[in-house]
Design a binder for this molecule. Sequence first.
Ligand code: 5GP
Length: 190
Amino acid sequence: MTSGKAIIFTAPSGSGKTTIVKHLLANNPQLAFSISASTRDKRGRTEENGKDYYFLSKEEFKAKIDADEFIEWEEVYTGNYYGTLKTEVERLWAEGKTVLFDVEVKGAMNLKKYFGDQALAIFVKVPSLEELKKRLTGRGTESRESLSQRLYRAEFELTFENKFDVTLLNENLEESYAKAQDLVSEFLTS
Ligand code: 5GP
């Protein structure tokens, strides 16, 4: 495999990591987003197959697990599978890009283990669980059941902060953009 660098963003759902990731992608042509495979439903108006995710049926996803096509995969919420395809990383490295991941905490730890010093792993943290609840509610994308699953999981995920290379406290988006950009620039030139 052609080899390259990787930057892993992780955080409990609703911490703002996807917003930060999108901002970095818009400003750093060197970076390319690793499109994960997922079995969850597409958010109709905002998401596209092959751009936000490769949306797969459970059967398709399980066939790829059996064929050893994933670097890592997780059942993130009951019945919903998410995973990083080996072919996706190969595709982006072949283009000479640094691969940018947006994954949950366990997957991020597995990616960091897999890539080692080739990867910078950034944990994005919200100031409090109360703030996280406000953000997830405000986003309006979650059902009551999904919201409570995400909050329950977030509390657990916050205990893994020290497993990553650096923590980015997301209090103010503009400041977080700047902090994230500094981390990325330093890593790209190292
Ligand atoms: P969402 O449903 O909000 O798009 O994503 C739910 C969670 O799954 C988020 O924390 C997201 O970062 C994570 N996720 C997305 N893709 C992957 C992946 O390939 N592997 C793992 N482990 N988690 C992922």
